[in-house]
Design a protein around this ligand. Structure first.
Ligand code: DQA
Length: 143
């Protein structure tokens, strides 16, 4: 089974970005963590990050035939991007929404999730463990 783990804007700044919310571990640490959990689950994984909405749309469109499922932390685009919502609907890739924090417990504007409208599952509020929850979940339901 092949998973795409796609990360949106500002997640490349993990470690320096609002550490009181996101912690001190870096994006590189996140990539290592995801690779380790995927290996433990016997899942092939590709981890990507972009600050650009169109890249995320392109990657979603790439999924059919290449990836069995998508683990997506669209970051701020979660709360704004109809384009990402439409892309997931268009290619019908099985999607898990992930967040390091719990957006619903933060500012009002983070309560809307366009990704959540099409994701089959949401894993949030557990730091890196949110990604592990999503990978383990796919390993279980898709094996
Ligand atoms: C985030 C939550 C979003 O609201 C925020 O814009 C992010 C990160 C998270 O992982 O907690 O950039 O997706």
């Amino acid at each position: 089974m092949r998973l795409l783990v796609a990360n949106g804007p500002n997640l490349n700044l993990l470690g320096v970005r609002e550490p009181e919310l996101y912690g001190r571990a870096t994006y590189g640490d996140l990539v290592k963590f995801v690779n380790r959990v995927a290996a433990e689950c016997g899942v092939e994984v590709e981890v990507r990050q972009s600050n650009h909405e169109g890249d995320l749309v392109d990657w979603i469109q790439e999924c059919p035939g290449k990836f069995d499922a998508l683990v997506l932390n669209a970051a701020a685009y979660t709360h704004t991007s109809v384009a990402i919502l439409d892309a997931i609907k268009a290619v019908r890739v099985r999607t898990a929404e992930v967040h390091l924090t719990e957006p619903k417990e933060r500012e009002e504007f983070r309560r809307i999730s366009y990704v959540g409208m099409v994701a089959e599952w949401t894993f949030s509020g557990r730091g890196f463990e949110s990604y592990a929850d999503a990978i383990r979940h796919f390993a279980e339901v898709l094996s």
